[in-house]
Design a protein. Structure first.
Length: 501
């Protein structure tokens, strides 16, 4: 005999005539195997015929019955009542979409954002006329297979806090679809797929992946799309090499470290062993001028890649239409505000992730200013006084960098948070280099304080061998996100100006 019990079903209903919400409460008998959709249909058929719901397949394929139950974004036909674990269930319509009536949203805005994505294979007329199949290898299919499971239910769109705060963001499903076709070996879209700034407007909150009933993991697909864009913005091919091969990434990093140590061995000054003379071992004119040359080289590469991003996202998309010069200047505020505060990140449920990201960025920025821009004042033989602003700033930089890096490493090892579950090999390389930078920097300070000459010189050499490949990330690897995202906001504003003409 099947045991039954009665639950309380609170349904938030939208009334278009009055432009407001009301809540209706029902007592519904349930038993094992009964879905939330079954409960809603029971209400409509037996208790309240005015209840408006949308459904079709009843087997988790069409995505029509998307709702929010007790705060969870779900498919009503895919969710067992008893699995919700409560005798009181509150059902609300999806968010971030206009509503038609009761629990039924208008999905037109959701699908409208698919149009610019061109969610189909782009082929030339000549290719389409060929009487042959478009062959694809299993490994090529595997690259994007998971994204094809998307049923366009809109739950990720409803759960996404960025969609709510930024109308320019096309939504997780649209960007996932963009990635799906961008990496399809049969697609000939090429530059047409590179014209979108949408992937950079995401902050990887992870709500979309949590809400996805089919396990598509759109958040990770968006990150993959970013890597795809980076490899295409970079004209040198280095980014593609680093992202596509663990072996190449390791060789690149170790190669730069080896070259750095070789230069230290060839160019170092006298090795004084009775006291610490770091400025003699590492002559400031060599270290500082070498850093300037290296910095200019990296900055030039990054700027050239940003220029390519501008070409793809604004110039190609604008089809030759001009933008008023004043718009270029007024839109710059989005670059500055995004770089300094990354306010969009604060929309995520995990405020700690946003704060940690800011701590990491500002910690690294402070150290970069201290030991790159102000190196003539910070490369010293003795410890600066405790009340010296440069010393205090150094403590702040190393403390914040160490904390934020360890927090990120531990989070990726635990994999409890959605945005920590997936780690690309370049993510680990970046974090390891950051941690080694912090550790070797603190050891240099300690050995100078202890007046240990040889350990100071050795650790300083190792520190340089870590910092050089870390800085190489600026135009090619993880650091590029700090540049591409602010400029994506900037270019999005420029594109909007073109579209309003």
């Amino acid at each position: 005999m099947v045991e039954e019990k009665t639950i309380t079903l609170n349904v938030q209903r939208y009334q278009p005539e009055k432009g407001r919400f009301t809540t209706s409460t029902y007592r519904v008998p349930v038993k094992k195997g009964m879905t939330l959709l079954d409960a809603l249909l029971y209400v409509r058929d037996n208790l309240d015929g005015t209840l408006t719901i949308r459904h079709s397949c009843r087997m988790g394929i069409c995505g029509s019955c998307s709702v929010i139950a007790n705060g969870r974004h779900i498919l009503a036909c895919y969710t067992q009542i008893l699995d919700l674990g409560s005798d009181t269930i509150t059902v609300t319509p999806m968010q971030n979409l206009p509503l038609i009536r009761d629990l039924v949203p208008d999905l037109k805005p959701f699908f409208d954002k698919y149009k610019p994505i061109q969610p189909y294979l782009i082929k030339s007329d000549e290719e389409m006329k060929k009487q042959t199949e478009f062959i694809q290898k299993p490994d090529e299919l595997k690259r994007y297979w998971n994204t094809t499971l998307c049923i366009k239910c809109g739950l990720c769109y409803s759960a996404c806090p960025v969609v709510k705060s930024n109308p320019e963001f096309p939504g997780p499903a649209a960007v996932t679809t963009l990635y799906r076709f961008s990496v399809d070996s049969r697609d000939s879209g090429g530059e047409a797929r590179l014209q979108h700034t949408g992937p950079w407007l995401c902050y990887y909150c992870g709500d979309c992946s949590i809400s996805c009933p089919k396990g598509v993991e759109p958040a990770e697909s968006i990150m993959s799309m970013r890597r795809h864009l980076i490899t295409n913005y970079d004209w040198t091919g280095v980014s593609r090499m680093l992202y596509n091969s663990k072996k190449a990434s390791a060789i690149f990093t170790l190669g730069l470290a080896f070259i750095t140590l070789l230069l230290v061995w060839l160019l170092h000054g006298p090795i004084i062993t009775d006291r610490v003379e770091l400025t003699a071992f590492a002559p400031i004119e060599i270290v500082h001028n070498g850093g300037i040359v290296y910095g200019v080289l990296l900055a030039s590469l990054l700027l050239s890649n940003l220029a390519r991003m501008y070409w793809f996202t604004v110039k190609k998309r604008g089809s030759g239409r001009s933008i008023p010069l004043s718009t270029y200047f007024t839109a710059l505020k989005h670059v500055v505000s995004e770089f300094l505060a990354q306010a969009g990140y604060s929309r995520c449920a995990s405020k700690r992730a946003w704060i940690n990201h800011l701590i990491l960025m500002w910690g690294y920025t402070s150290l970069f200013i201290l030991f790159a821009v102000l190196l003539p004042y910070t490369l010293v033989n003795t410890i600066l006084p405790l009340n010296n602003p440069l010393r205090l700033a150094g403590y702040f930089g190393f403390a914040t960098l160490t904390y934020a890096t360890l927090y990120a490493i531990i989070g990726r090892l635990r994999k409890k948070e959605e945005f920590r579950k997936h780690s690309h090999h370049t993510d680990w390389m970046f974090l390891i280099l950051l941690l080694l930078t912090s550790i070797t920097g603190m050891l240099i300070h300690m050995f100078i304080a202890l007046n240990w000459p040889l350990p100071t010189y050795i650790i300083f050499s190792i520190h340089l061998a870590v910092v050089v490949p870390l800085l190489a990330e600026v135009p090619f690897g993880k650091w590029t996100h700090l540049a591409y995202r602010p400029f994506a906001h900037y270019f999005t504003r420029l594109k909007k100006e073109i579209e309003t003409q």
